[in-house]
Design a protein around this ligand. Structure first.
Ligand code: ADP
Length: 222
């Protein structure tokens, strides 16, 4: 059906450019330079990210994904996530801030899934924010639940696109998103994962001002 057509289309793009470069190298019309090898490498990376995302999506959609709920102390967990992404943020010149409410919060979540969701949302924040901008990750407890927000002051999302961003393969700006290495299914996976944790995900955005994603899911009773 449409899903299969989408997958085929998404796989074909990086494959075509990979084999295009290789053919050019063999024929001698593309220089055997570091730049060429970097381009091939980038396309191959795109393909493997896409395949990884497709595998996650198919597992979670088949309902076969195991969800392993444990208590996760919020602050060390979030600090670890931030530390892992700091180099990429520094490289682009985007600030990554972490704000946690005073007092300990403990998430009840699947560590790998929550990790995946936050990496994806922060990665988007970075991707769609110009250098000099800021992405802020914050967490607070709210009536037995926790609320995590990821707020950026990037390009924002138009009101026309906003209702569709959690759909599989939806991209607000197709060529630009692909150019920036996006697969168009990161948010679909994030939403499925958060729902599997018994939570939900919401978005608010203004074009030219920025975007806020809000995740809500269960906290451990203290
Ligand atoms: P992609 O891999 O293309 O980023 P996602 O599923 O993660 O796919 O996001 C879907 C679309 O939502 C993106 O193509 C982009 O247009 C939009 N989007 C997601 N996060 C942001 C953000 N923080 N700022 C602006 N646009 C965003």
């Amino acid at each position: 059906g449409e899903m299969m057509a989408n997958i085929v289309h998404e796989l074909r793009t990086p494959l075509t450019s990979c084999s295009g470069y290789m053919e050019g190298l063999v024929d001698g019309v593309v220089p055997a330079s570091d730049d060429t090898y970097m381009l091939v490498h980038r396309e191959a990376g795109r393909l493997s990210r896409l395949v990884d995302d497709l595998q996650r999506l198919s597992r979670v959609e088949s309902g076969k994904e195991k969800i392993d709920l444990i208590d996760i102390p919020a602050t060390p967990f979030l600090e670890r996530v931030v530390r892992r992404l700091e180099p990429q943020f520094r490289e682009k010149g985007v600030e990554l801030e972490l704000l946690t409410a005073p007092g300990p919060i403990t998430f009840v979540a699947d560590e790998d899934k929550l990790d995946q969701v936050l990496l994806n949302l922060l990665d988007n924040g970075l991707r769609y924010t110009a250098s000099g901008g800021t992405v802020r990750l914050s967490a607070e407890g709210k009536d037995g639940r926790v609320e995590i927000t990821i707020k950026d002051d990037g390009i924002g999302i138009s009101p026309d696109d906003l209702p569709h961003i959690f759909e599989r393969f939806y991209r607000a700006d197709k060529s630009r998103s692909r150019e920036r290495g996006g697969t168009g299914i990161g948010l679909t996976i994030a939403k499925r994962y958060i729902e599997a944790l018994g939570g939900d995900i919401k978005v608010e955005s203004r074009q030219g001002e920025g975007t806020i994603f809000t995740l809500t899911f269960p906290a451990a009773s203290s």
